[in-house]
Design a binder for this molecule. Structure first.
Ligand code: SF4
Length: 390
């Protein structure tokens, strides 16, 4: 537990009352074939209990004990990168993560850098463009992970936030989907009250999940900002396999808005499908008529070579994303590939004009973009006011 010298002490009731957390429920689109109990999985009764209850939901899943192996050393023994990727998506790993709270390290783009935390690793959904799939940690061990040392993670956040002593966002959704596994763990019922009670720490969360039942009755005090990653239905169908439909995501957003949560949207990656101008304009119109947002962030594809190779393995070399990136991919100083700047400006400009028609005062920002793009679009006042930060 945090020391008494800190400004805020996590209430023991947050951790010691199992009734706070609802029983695990199965997660849509996730049916692990194997469940690996990694290092730290069974090291106390609270962890053992949660692991046992989740395993019971998947009686057909083979349970394998690797209690000396840290979560990031679990090997799936497959040399084919695509097969390894899909084997990983069907593997649930329990473990503990001792450096789960970190400051992002973006350079050479406008991202303001931010604190992020990881009670989960990776994600059960199968977005064809997923940039995470190519990051070093996921590439080696692309399993879906639940970290059981949540108490330590929240204590680390508590220590950092008290030291900073000003309202500070901690982002859940950088190295995982922020909510996809919540029906299994019920973690939101601990995390959201933690942020609600904290004088400085705030949560920003990004998800594609539509299962928000655990969140609706919590006293969040506006200290958790929920954001959804969205694309038009036809893009979602083509590129976001095994994930909740966009209609269901919008229903979830409306429920959370009615429960008083601040709601944001991230339209990313924008994909220039056929007739993209109309497809996205219709989608944005419907979205803005249905949900009151506090901020929208736009972004194009922004990915690393290993992730793009996996995208091409899944979609074939002639897919619309690779075509839009072109043979002359803009490999910018931050090492990411993006669409040509002319296309990005055209897409953002079009979307901003649609957004302004419906909610003229709405905060609109861009994700991981260049300063010159903000300037060309008249968005310099939005620099550093994007999705992961307050
Ligand atoms: S939801 Fe996010 S993390 Fe999960 S597969 Fe899609 S892009 Fe990757």
């Amino acid at each position: 537990m945090p020391s008494a010298s800190r400004g805020y002490v996590i209430a023991p009731s947050l951790f010691d009352n199992p009734d706070r957390v609802s029983s695990p429920r199965r997660v849509e689109f996730f049916k692990p074939e194997r469940i690996i109990l990694g290092k730290g999985s069974l090291s106390n009764s609270r962890r053992r209990d949660l692991v046992e209850r989740i395993c019971k939901l998947y009686p057909a899943g083979e349970v394998i004990e690797e209690l000396d192996t840290p979560h990031n050393r679990i090997s799936l023994d497959d040399s084919n990168s695509l097969q390894l990727h899909y084997r990983g998506k069907q593997t649930l790993v329990f473990g503990e993560h001792n450096s789960a709270v970190r400051l992002s390290e973006e350079q050479d783009n406008t991202c303001p850098n931010y604190w992020h935390f990881s009670p989960y690793g990776f994600c059960p959904y199968d977005c064809k463009y997923c940039y995470l799939a190519g990051t070093p940690g996921v590439k080696f061990s692309p399993t879906v992970k639940i970290f059981l040392n949540l108490w330590d993670i929240l204590n680390q956040i508590d220590g950092i936030a008290n030291k900073l002593a000003k309202p500070t966002a901690f982002y859940l959704g950088k190295l995982q989907d922020g909510l996809a596994l919540d029906p299994l763990t019920g973690y939101s019922q601990i995390i959201i009250p933690f942020f609600a009670e904290h004088p400085w720490a705030r949560q920003t969360l990004l998800t594609k999940s539509a299962d928000v039942d655990n969140l609706l009755k919590l006293d969040h005090r506006g200290h958790t900002i929920l954001s959804w990653s969205l694309n038009p239905a036809c893009v979602c169908l083509q590129f976001e396999a095994h994930s909740p439909s966009v209609t269901d995501r919008i229903k979830a957003m409306k429920k959370c808005a009615a429960a008083g949560y601040p709601i944001r949207a991230v339209i990313m990656p924008i994909i220039p499908v056929e007739q993209w101008e109309k497809v996205y304009a219709d989608f944005l119109s419907e979205l803005l008529e249905n949900v009151q947002f506090e901020r929208i962030t736009l972004g194009g594809l922004c990915s690393y070579p290993a992730a793009l190779r996996l995208t091409e393995n899944k979609l074939g070399p002639d897919n619309v994303i690779s075509q839009a990136l072109g043979s002359n991919q803009e490999n910018l100083p931050d090492g990411r590939s993006r669409y040509p700047k002319s296309l990005r400006l055209k897409m953002y400009g079009h979307f901003i004009s649609v957004i302004r028609r419906y909610q003229p005062e709405l905060d609109v920002s861009l994700c991981l973009e260049e300063r010159s793009v903000f300037e060309s679009l008249g968005l310099t006042s939005s620099l550093g006011r994007c999705n992961c930060v307050l």
